[in-house]
Design a protein around this ligand. Sequence first.
Ligand code: NAD
Length: 420
Amino acid sequence: VVKIGGRLYTYRGSLQEIPGKEEALRAYKRLDAYVKEGGYSAALRLLEERDRSFVLSLLDRANLRGLGGAGFPTAAKWRSLLSNPDRPKYLVVNFHEGEPGTFKDRELVESNPHKLLEGTLIASLVLDVDEAIIAVREDYEAARAVLEAALEELRAFLASRGAAAPPISVVSVGGSYVVGEETALLEALEGRRGEPRVRPPYPTERGLYGKPTVVNNVETIAVLVDILRAYYEGREPAVEKRYSVTGDVERPGVYVLKMGTRLGELLKASGASDVKAVFIGGVSGGLLPGDADIALDFDGARKAGVGLGTGSVIVLSNGRCIVDAMYEVAQFFAAESCGKCEPCRLGTRELVEIMRRIKAGRATEEDLKWAESVAKTMMETSLCGLGQAAGKVFLDALGRFREEFEEHLRGVCRAGVCFR
Ligand code: NAD
């Protein structure tokens, strides 16, 4: 996403303007339309329940795992908060989406904000929190405006029914990629520099202002609506996943498919052909060869040695150079590193320097070995996911496309994009 003259653009073959605030406010699904489709029916029924703990076993049954990328069992996180007697308790909805190629949360909120708000209501009631905060990244201006308008509608709706629910607020949070890391987000919400904290303690133990806090991603919270509605309608809950697809495909966008959909099916649906490699989980999950047809769920990804992460895929066709792509990835991580821990601060810069030399045909076999050892150290010792992911994706690229790196040592770039 780039900002030119105050307007936001995204690059999809050519620069395309991202809908502005006014357009987004015109287009989103209003409360009336949402309610007509059964919206808020699950939350309103939950409000009537005296004991809401059954929702935890529902989440277990649906096998809901954190859809921000890590896949931690949601019910386990919630139990950890519920077993903490300290008060006040907070729910923070993480809408600081920043992974490359990932826009699944923005698309959801801009089209159907009430689904996120209903999910927030459901989570707040089950967790018995004192306040829920939806933390929106600063440059998601349209999404924030839509959420604020929808929240006004919801407040009037609840008041007209005399329903008392925990307060929900929408807060804009600035900062870079790393502010999406949950403890960096908490720091930022407290008014400090957005740098990750050492965990444990996890936020459920000591979170916002040192108090018990559940931090859940937008998609995880929105999916609660499907799970609870299925329960009240006597259906078996099933989790759908939002996959954003970009890169060398004919139809980039967000695909909502069953969890566990094969990567090949997603690539076909998006019109990808001649695929050389696929970045998974944005780029943080790792890099797969183009013919890897894995199941797109947490276990399927793990079996293939990558992480599902945000579920986003970036497709590279055979015309692309892996070294060139990895140079960009290295630059991204170096620019976004907060610098708090050495392995990440120094390692990300070192990888950029080495990639620059490889691209220019000035690197040696020794450089590749050194880069490998730097990447391993980053993966094993960085404070948060940023440095760990930067190391992991580099090792994937080197492991799976070593031949191409070695060709560059001999001055050969098969895609013809380096040495120019
Ligand atoms: P993590 O596995 O360390 O933690 C996941 C969640 O589980 C956290 O909320 C954590 O607090 C909780 N948790 C773990 N153990 C716990 C325990 N014992 N008790 C209570 N809670 C516990 O992962 P992470 O570092 O939070 O996140 C990494 C992921 O973020 C990556 O997989 C990546 O895909 C994803 N990511 C997403 C984006 C995005 O834009 N959505 C951007 C970058 C990275």
